[in-house]
Write a protein that binds this ligand. Structure first.
Ligand code: ZN
Length: 107
């Protein structure tokens, strides 16, 4: 299967086609690549409510069901991923570019 066009949107960062899904485990939103891929470690399916749901493929159940397709998490392929905090020394300098808190202008 493939995601229907209604689910495909563009990544705000790199413009690649992605689908927003909900994780079956926690109900969190997760972007996945819109194009199914054999090497993806996720199984995506469209629920009865029309939303896309994603689960991780495991060693016990490595194959997607017929109603699912394999997808790659977009985090893994995004060419312009969001900056990570404190994953390296030296990134602390970014703290200075934070916008002024909005509360500061209040009476
Ligand atoms: Zn992207």
């Amino acid at each position: 299967m493939k995601p229907s066009r209604a689910h495909v949107t563009a990544c705000r960062r790199c413009g690649a086609p992605i689908c927003w899904t909900l994780t079956t485990a926690r109900g969190r939103r997760q972007p996945v690549d819109a194009e199914p891929t054999e090497t993806g470690n996720l199984a995506v399916t469209q629920g009865a409510d029309g939303l896309l749901y994603v689960r991780s493929l495991t060693k016990v159940h490595p194959e997607p069901r017929p109603s699912e397709w394999r997808a790659m998490p977009h985090h893994a392929t995004c060419s312009s991923p969001p900056p990570r905090r404190s994953n390296r020394t030296g990134e602390r300098a970014r703290t200075g570019v934070r916008p002024v808190p909005w509360q500061s202008g209040r009476p």
